[in-house]
Design a protein. Structure first.
Length: 120
């Protein structure tokens, strides 16, 4: 009998959460499973809110929106390392990606505002 004919072969087993007392990061909309469970620093990836910036002109070299999303790594002790990711899209495919810390994002925002004001 082929293995696909056995009901057990079609069952997906999800691991039990090894850190049930560690809540998901605040604002997380998607939380992945824990990884590196036997390592010193078990962790999981999460994705938070996404923002979309529309282009001023659809004739841009790379048409499509710019996405900014919050994500990061959470460790089993609850510590969160947040990341701000900026993705330039061409159609549905990411074209360029920049991962920066929240502090770097704030500094970049100030510089972008200054550069835009200089052009006014």
């Amino acid at each position: 009998m082929p293995i696909d004919d056995f009901p057990a072969a079609k069952t997906t087993i999800r691991p039990v959460n090894p850190y049930p007392n560690t809540p998901a990061p605040v604002g997380a909309r998607e939380v992945h499973d824990w990884v590196d469970l036997t390592a010193k620093h078990a962790h999981r990836y999460f994705v938070g809110r996404t923002f979309e910036v529309q282009r001023d002109d659809d004739r841009a070299v790379i048409p499509g929106p710019i996405e900014v999303f919050l994500n990061g790594i959470q460790y089993s002790d609850g510590l969160v390392e947040p990341v701000v990711t900026i993705v330039e899209r061409s159609g549905n495919k990411p074209f360029e990606r920049l991962n920066i810390t929240p502090g770097e994002a704030r500094r970049l925002a100030r510089m972008l505002i200054a550069a835009a004001a200089h052009d006014d």
